[in-house]
Design a protein around this ligand. Structure first.
Ligand SMILES: *Cc1c(COP(=O)(O)O)cnc(C)c1O
Length: 396
């Protein structure tokens, strides 16, 4: 029977995943996304969330959601181009443009969708896309989907990036050349050498797609990301960011010129052929951007950076450039057991494994938010001192 064969195929594949120590399971939270959460009836301190500013359960976002519910209802009912564009979407996009100091912006239902819609709209099979080796899966998938010629440079290696640009200029002089990079790398927490990268791409007449997923809210005077921090926003063709991490809402954006927005409305398939996000979700994101730009945002960033400093001290890590601190363990199974040991002590720190990171480069990925209390970070330090893997087994 066909169905049996199908299940046998799935079960066989799952067994292989299990043997490699790579099984993934879902563990629902029974509480909101906060520093202390309950998961499968166990209370843990959460060092794994990307809710860096602690806005995911913020009452002002709730009020914005409720107000928008009254004004615009919930479901958008159609794609943006049919009849799903609500006032809340346009207000969000105006807020993003002000936040990013770009002429325009377009929101997407997720960062994944933003990348998948935008990159293939810009580049096709005759073009060249050059990516950092550690680019997020959605950037890689989008580049592949575009059908463009792909080149990858080792993480943050500007010399290799330059040699790819030289190669592209010589071999494909008629092609569009798009560099794809992140500002904060999601599994390593380090920054791209953005100033040098911008200079380089200008020298070659290439374009830059910058994914600020983990920088928005965290870096820059108003939380506008690394481009804002370095004052480079108007020299970057395509700025992407997410609304579901530090901003505590959901969705993502592409910010840039008015022509970029108009072009994507006409060409980005993940935008065109997908139901618009619920208006209250857009309203929550607008409120979060307002908070990030207000004195309250600066206060939250101060708390966040104080917590980052404390966490780095506890982990004996050099001062991080973002709210992400990786502790490289190596073998997948070892990382998983380290994560389990921490869980048993009441700390949620996920093991990040292949294919999210390279095989044999499994790690614990610690993140911290503005809402963590100093004693929670100290308690993590205590727990780590009492655990084997940090003393004898791991080589950070
Ligand atoms: C999370 C993330 C995305 C995807 O954004 P979603 O809104 O979660 O789909 C894209 N790029 C990077 C670097 C990310 O970390």
């Amino acid at each position: 029977m066909k169905a049996t064969g199908f299940d046998a195929f799935l079960e066989g594949a799952l067994e292989e995943i299990e043997l490699a120590g790579l099984t993934r399971r879902l563990s629902p939270l029974e509480t909101p996304q906060l520093p202390r959460v309950t998961r499968e009836n166990v209370k843990v301190v959460n060092f794994s969330s990307n809710d860096y500013l602690g806005l995911a359960a913020n009452p002002d976002l709730r009020d914005a959601v409720m107000a928008e519910w009254e004004r615009g209802g919930f479901g958008a009912g159609a794609s943006r181009l049919i009849c799903g564009t609500m006032a809340a979407h346009e207000e969000l996009e105006e807020a993003i443009a002000r936040f990013k100091r770009t002429p325009a912006a377009l929101s997407f239902s997720s960062g994944y969708a933003a990348a998948m819609g935008t990159i293939p709209a810009i580049c096709g099979k005759d073009d060249v896309i050059i990516l950092d080796k550690l680019s997020h899966a959605c950037l890689i998938d989008a580049a592949r989907l575009s059908g463009a010629i792909l080149r990858v440079f080792p993480h943050n290696d500007l010399n290799k990036l330059e040699s790819h640009l030289t190669w592209a200029a010589r071999k494909h002089p008629q092609s569009r050349v798009l560099i794809v990079a992140e500002s904060v790398y999601s599994m390593d927490g380090d920054l791209a050498p953005l100033s040098e990268m911008v200079n380089l791409k200008e020298r070659f007449g290439a374009w830059l797609f910058l994914d600020e997923a983990h920088a928005v809210g965290v870096l820059g005077p108003s939380g506008g990301g690394l481009a804002e921090q370095l004052g480079l926003g108007d020299r970057i063709e395509i700025q992407m960011g997410t609304l579901g991490k530090a901003l505590g809402a959901h969705g993502a954006y592409i910010a840039g010129s008015r022509a970029l927005r108009d072009y994507l409305i006409n060409r980005a398939r993940s935008f065109i052929f997908s139901t618009a996000p619920p208006a209250p979700v857009a309203a929550a994101a607008t409120k979060a951007i307002e908070i990030s730009r207000a004195p309250e945002g600066s206060r939250l960033r101060e708390l966040l950076w104080a917590n980052i400093r404390n966490l780095a001290a506890v982990l004996e890590s050099p001062m991080p450039e973002s709210a992400i601190i990786p502790q490289i363990i190596g073998p997948e199974i070892k990382a998983t057991s380290a994560s389990t040991a921490l869980l048993n002590k009441g700390f949620l720190v996920p093991a990040i494994r292949f294919p999210t990171v390279a095989k044999g480069a499994a790690r614990l990925r610690y993140t911290v938010t503005a809402s963590h209390r100093p004693d929670e970070i100290q308690a993590l330090g205590e727990a780590l001192r009492n655990l084997q893997f940090t003393d004898s087994e791991s080589s950070v």
